[in-house]
Ligand binder design. Structure first.
Ligand code: HEC
Length: 465
C-alpha cells in the first residue's frame, strides 16, 4: 500500500513516460539561454522582456516554429505540443521567481598546481568579446555592441575609440575580434585589426540586411579610428540574413600572415563549399593579399583566402608558442564541441561528420568519421559551449607552460588542458560559475585574463603570494 502511494505521488510529480519540463529545458534550451535562464548565446528568458510576444500562444509558437533567421531552432519535430506547453509554464514560473542579484565573483582559487588570487581587471563592460594586449600596461577590448575600449595607465577609459566601423549588433553579431599588428611598434606601422559583423544596405521591402564577418585594419590616434583599410570582405552574394555563427578570432603566424575564422552562419552545408566564405578558417596577408601557397588560390570560383573547410563556428584560434601549429576551438551543436589542429587545405567535416546532434535533438549525421575528413584532437559531449582559447607561456605559472587554457560559455568554466604532442592527456577545471567565459588570454605579464559575459567583467589571475 505504502509503495503504491509513493508510486502515485512520483508519477504526478515526474511524468513517468517522458521528461519533466526542467529536464527538457536543460537538454534543449540551456545551451543558448543559459543553465539558469540567464541568457548567453541567446537572450535571457527571465528578464521580463519577450520581444517576440509574451502571451502563452506567442511563446509556444516561438518554440514550435523557431525564429530561425536569428538562430532560435524550431522544435515542432522533436517536442510534442504538450511538452512545449509545459515548457512555457515552466519559463513563466522561472521568470516570476527570478533572483536579480548575481553571485559575488570569486577572489581565490585552488588548483592542482597553484593557489590563485583573482582580481577584477575591468568591469562594467557590455558583452566584452576579445582582449588584445600591446604590452603589459595597454590593452584593447571589444564590446559586442560595437565599442572598442582602451585599457591603459591602470584603468579602463570610459570613452570608447571614436569612429570604429558600424556593426550589425544583433544576435551573436557585433564587434568581435581585435589584434595588434606583430610589428605594431615599428615606425609607420601601428596597425590594429578588427573583425566584426558587417551589414549590407537593407534590402527591398524592408528585408533584413544581409551580414558577414569582415576584417579591417586602422590606426588609433587621439582616441580616433583612422586610416581604415578593408582587408577581407566576402562577396556580397554570400552575405546572409541570419544573425549567428560569425566566428572569429584574429591571430598571426611566424610569417606574420593573418588567420581568422567565419562560422557557418547557420547553413551547415556551406562549410563544405569552397565558393562560400562561411564555415572556414581563412589566411590572408596583413594587407589583405592572398598568400602564394593558400590551398584554394588556384581553384576556380573558390574563395581564395580559405585555409581549412568544414569548421562549424570556431571562436578560439591560437598558435602553439613552440611548434607554431594552429589550434582552434569549435563551437559544436548539442554535443560535439571540438579542439582541432588546423592544417592547410584540410576538411574538418562539419556537417558531414560530427559528434553532436541538432539543438532540437534531431540527428545531423550518423557519421563521426569519414575518409578525407579530420578528427578533432578533443571533443566535449555534452557541449561546454567552448569559446576562446590560449596557450599559456609566462613566468607566473611555469607549470602551465604550453598548456591550453580553454573558456566555456554554457558551462561557465575555465579549463587547463595538458597536451603531449597532439594528444590531450589531462583536463582540469580551474574556475566555475563566475559567469559565461567568452575569452581567455595569457597576458604579457604572465597573468591569465578571463573575459566574462554576464557580468561584463575581465578577471586577472595571479599566483597568491
Ligand atoms: C541554438 C540556440 C538556441 C536554442 C538551443 C534555443 N534557443 Fe530560444 N532563442 C534563440 C535565439 C537566438 C533567440 C532570438 C532572441 C535573441 O535575439 O536573442 C531565441 C528566442 C527565444 C524565445 C523568444 C523570446 C522573446 O523575447 O520573445 C523563446 C520563448 C525561446 N527562445 C525559448 C526557447 C526554448 C524553450 C528553447 C528550448 C526548447 C530554446 N529557446 C532553445 C536561440 C536558441
Amino acid at each position: 500500500m505504502k509503495t503504491l502511494l509513493i508510486l502515485c505521488f512520483t508519477a504526478a510529480a515526474l511524468p513517468i513516460l517522458g521528461k519533466t519540463s526542467a529536464e527538457l529545458y536543460q537538454e534543449h534550451c540551456s545551451h543558448c539561454h543559459g543553465i539558469a535562464f540567464q541568457g548567453g548565446n541567446a537572450q535571457s528568458l527571465i528578464d521580463g522582456i519577450w520581444q517576440f510576444g509574451e502571451s502563452t500562444g506567442h511563446i509556444s509558437r516561438n518554440i514550435k516554429f523557431g525564429i530561425t533567421h536569428l538562430g532560435m531552432p524550431a522544435y515542432a519535430d522533436t517536442l510534442t505540443d504538450q511538452e512545449i506547453r509545459g515548457l512555457v509554464d515552466f519559463l513563466k514560473k522561472a521568470e516570476s521567481q527570478a533572483d536579480p542579484e548575481p553571485l559575488p565573483l570569486p577572489t581565490y582559487l585552488q588548483t592542482l598546481d597553484y593557489e590563485i588570487q583573482v582580481d577584477v581587471f575591468a568591469e562594467g563592460l557590455d558583452t566584452p568579446w576579445d582582449i588584445a594586449f600591446l604590452n603589459k600596461d595597454t590593452a584593447l577590448i571589444t564590446e559586442r555592441s560595437g565599442n572598442l575600449r582602451v585599457y591603459a595607465d591602470g584603468r579602463l577609459y570610459s570613452k570608447p575609440v571614436e569612429g570604429t566601423p558600424e556593426v550589425v549588433a544583433e544576435g551573436q553579431g557585433g564587434l568581435l575580434a581585435v589584434a595588434f599588428d606583430p610589428d605594431y611598434a615599428e615606425e609607420g606601422n601601428q596597425w590594429v585589426y578588427l573583425a566584426y559583423s558587417h551589414g549590407l544596405e537593407i534590402g527591398p521591402n524592408g528585408r533584413k540586411a544581409p551580414a558577414m564577418t569582415r576584417i579591417v585594419r586602422g590606426r588609433i590616434d587621439g582616441n580616433r579610428w583612422q586610416d581604415e583599410e578593408v582587408i577581407f570582405e566576402a562577396p556580397h552574394e554570400t552575405y546572409r540574413t541570419t544573425r549567428h555563427h560569425y566566428g572569429t578570432r584574429i591571430v598571426f603566424d611566424q610569417n606574420k600572415d593573418l588567420y581568422f575564422s567565419i562560422g557557418d552562419r547557420g547553413t551547415g552545408m556551406n562549410a563544405q563549399d569552397p565558393t562560400r566564405p562561411n564555415g572556414k578558417i581563412h589566411r590572408i596577408q596583413r594587407d589583405g593579399k592572398i598568400p602564394r601557397d593558400n590551398p584554394y588560390r588556384r581553384t576556380k570560383d573558390a574563395v581564395k583566402s580559405i585555409y581549412s573547410l568544414g569548421n562549424r563556428n570556431p571562436q578560439g584560434l591560437v598558435f602553439h608558442p613552440e611548434t607554431d601549429e594552429l589550434w582552434a576551438s569549435e563551437h559544436g551543436p548539442l554535443g560535439g564541441d571540438e579542439i582541432n589542429l588546423i592544417a592547410s587545405g584540410k576538411n574538418y567535416g562539419w556537417p558531414v561528420i560530427t559528434y553532436g546532434r541538432n539543438y532540437n535533438g534531431s540527428v545531423i549525421s550518423e557519421l563521426t568519421h569519414k575518409e578525407g575528413m579530420e578528427q578533432p584532437v578533443w571533443y566535449w559531449n555534452p557541449s561546454t559551449a567552448v569559446c576562446g582559447i590560449d596557450f599559456y607561456s609566462g613566468d607566473l605559472f611555469p607549470k602551465w607552460n604550453n598548456k591550453l587554457i580553454v573558456g566555456a560559455l554554457k558551462y561557465e568554466d575555465v579549463r587547463i588542458l595538458s597536451i603531449e604532442g597532439h594528444r590531450v592527456m589531462h583536463e582540469e577545471v580551474i574556475l566555475k560559475n563566475a559567469g559565461r567565459v567568452r575569452d581567455v588570454c595569457c597576458g604579457p605579464d604572465g597573468a591569465v585574463y578571463i573575459v566574462l559575459n554576464s557580468p561584463g567583467t575581465i578577471l586577472k589571475l595571479t599566483p597568491k603570494s
